[in-house]
Design a protein around this ligand. Structure first.
Ligand SMILES: Nc1ncnc2c1ncn2[C@@H]1O[C@H](COP(=O)(O)OP(=O)(O)OP(=O)(O)O)[C@@H](O)[C@H]1O
Ligand SMILES: [Mg+2]
Length: 162
C-alpha cells in the first residue's frame, strides 16, 4: 500500500471551487441534479450548457447502468473554473459509454445515440474512465470565458503520509 499522500499546491487551492453530490438513481432526480448544477454556475454564461451536460450524463447513468436499479445512485462532480469540469459517476454493469458519430454528416435515423454526441460537440474535452464492473465516470470540460483560465500546476508536492 502506498505510504504517500498528495498535498494540493497553493495554485490548486486557489484556482477553482468544486462540489460533489450523490443522487438516488431515479429519473425524478435528474431535474434536481440539473438544477443543482445550474444554481452553482448561475453567475456564469455556461449555466445552461452545464445543466444540459448533467442532464445527459445523469440520464445515461440511470438508463444504462445499475445506478438506475433499486437502491442505485449516481454522483455529480462539478468544478467551477476557467475550464469547468462536469463528471457523472455510475455503478456500471452495462456496456461502455460510446459516442455515436453520424457517418458522413448524415443524420441518424434511429432513436438514441444523440446524448453523448451533443455533449461532445459542446465540450472542449469529453472523457471516460472506469469499467463496466466498477462503474464509469463520464466527464466533460467546458470553457468558461467568465473565469480566468489557469494552467494546471506543473508539479504537485508529495510528502510521506503520517
Ligand atoms: N454511463 C454509461 N454506462 C454504460 N453505457 C453507456 C453510458 N452512457 C452511454 N452509454 C452507452 O453509450 C450509448 C450512447 O449514449 P447516448 O447518450 O449518446 O445515447 P442514448 O442514451 O442511447 O440515447 P439518447 O439520444 O436518448 O441520449 C448508449 O446507447 C449506451 O449504450
Ligand atoms: Mg443518452
Amino acid at each position: 500500500m502506498s505510504r504517500f499522500k498528495l498535498e494540493p499546491t497553493a495554485s490548486m487551492m486557489g484556482a477553482s471551487m468544486s462540489w460533489r453530490r450523490v443522487f438516488p438513481g431515479r429519473t425524478d432526480q435528474i431535474p434536481l441534479a440539473r438544477q443543482f448544477a445550474m444554481f452553482l454556475f448561475a453567475e456564469t454564461s455556461i449555466a445552461s450548457d452545464v445543466g444540459f451536460v448533467v442532464t445527459e450524463l445523469a440520464s445515461n447513468a440511470v438508463r444504462h447502468t445499475r445506478s438506475g436499479q433499486q437502491g442505485g445512485r449516481f454522483t455529480v462532480e462539478l468544478v467551477l473554473g476557467g475550464l469547468a469540469y462536469v463528471g457523472v459517476s455510475d455503478l456500471g454493469g452495462g456496456g461502455y459509454p460510446t459516442v455515436r458519430h453520424d457517418p458522413l454528416g448524415c443524420p441518424i435515423e434511429s432513436e438514441g445515440g444523440r446524448g453523448l454526441r451533443a455533449v461532445s460537440q459542446l465540450a472542449a474535452m469529453l472523457g471516460v474512465h472506469g469499467s463496466p464492473s466498477e462503474g464509469h465516470t463520464v466527464w466533460a470540460d467546458l470553457l468558461c470565458v467568465d473565469k480566468p483560465y489557469e494552467d494546471p500546476p506543473l508539479a504537485t508536492s508529495v510528502t510521506p503520509a503520517a
